[in-house]
Design a protein around this ligand. Structure first.
Ligand SMILES: Nc1ncnc2c1ncn2[C@@H]1O[C@H](COP(=O)(O)OP(=O)(O)O)[C@@H](O)[C@H]1O
Ligand SMILES: [Mg+2]
Length: 226
């Protein structure tokens, strides 16, 4: 109370500076980057930051986030298929996820924090597989209408380093078994997404220690008052 009062009575410090320490209600934030960049390692800390400020945070992932979409995830990550099939399945999963989880959460004022979203489809099926991005853009419109993330944190790491981190951590899925050249193409496609939407997509240098990376995303959030 005392801090709030002193802010009110000090004309050199605008009250907004203290009020805006979290994203607005109904905010949609996505986390992107190649496999092994560190997305899953950091998403929990981001969620905790906002929960500590009293927000409802819905932490979810793609492909997945509902029973149907998780079943589709299993197929996409482990069954051989062509790029169009991949794209159709990830958009089918996304449709279900939007309807069952994301849109209801945003409508009740929660912050949705999603590990991968449509940028990953452009990066993996578009950049990695070389699939027609005009078709992806059509599917994007069909499935999500005008819904776009309010902020995307792109954890950017060189493919060689990402491969080293993955190798130390887990057995590879269909995508993670791809060669370094595939991940170079995915990374370039992420860079292209940033170039197309520089207000929405924020690049986070994902090299260095987890603490260094955390300091970088924290700086991005603080620069927005989030
Ligand atoms: N900054 C870092 N330095 C070293 N290892 C890291 C770093 N960030 C994450 N890791 C490790 O790399 C592996 C992949 O990280 P993960 O968060 O699963 O990446 P992603 O979700 O992007 O695939 C994990 O074993 C994780 O502990
Ligand atoms: Mg992950």
């Amino acid at each position: 109370m005392i801090a709030a009062l002193s802010t009110e009575h000090n004309p050199s410090r605008p009250p907004r500076a203290e009020a805006a320490s979290h994203p607005p209600a109904g905010c949609f934030v996505t986390i992107e980057g190649i496999d092994g960049a560190g997305k899953t390692s950091h998403v929990q800390a981001i969620a905790e930051r906002w929960r500590a400020r009293g927000l409802e945070v819905v932490r979810t992932r793609e492909p997945g986030g509902t029973p149907l979409a998780e079943a589709l995830r299993e197929l996409v990550l482990h069954q051989p298929m062509d790029a169009l099939t991949e794209a159709l399945l990830v958009f089918a999963a996304r449709r279900n996820h939007l309807q069952e989880v994301i849109e209801p959460a945003l409508a009740r004022g929660a912050v949705v924090l999603c590990d991968r979203f449509t940028d990953a489809t452009f990066a993996y099926q578009g950049g990695g597989r070389g699939f027609d991005t005009a078709v992806l853009a059509q599917l994007e419109t069909w499935v999500q209408g005008s819904r776009q993330p309010d902020l995307t944190l792109w954890f950017d790491l060189g493919p060689e380093l990402a491969a080293e981190r993955r190798a130390a951590a887990r057995a590879p899925d269909r995508f993670e078994r791809e060669q370094v050249a595939f991940f170079h193409a995915v990374r370039l496609a992420y860079a292209d997404r940033l170039a197309q939407a520089p207000q929405r997509v924020q690049r986070i240098d994902a090299g260095g220690t987890p603490e260094q990376v955390a300091a970088r995303w924290l700086a991005v959030l603080e620069s927005r008052g989030w």
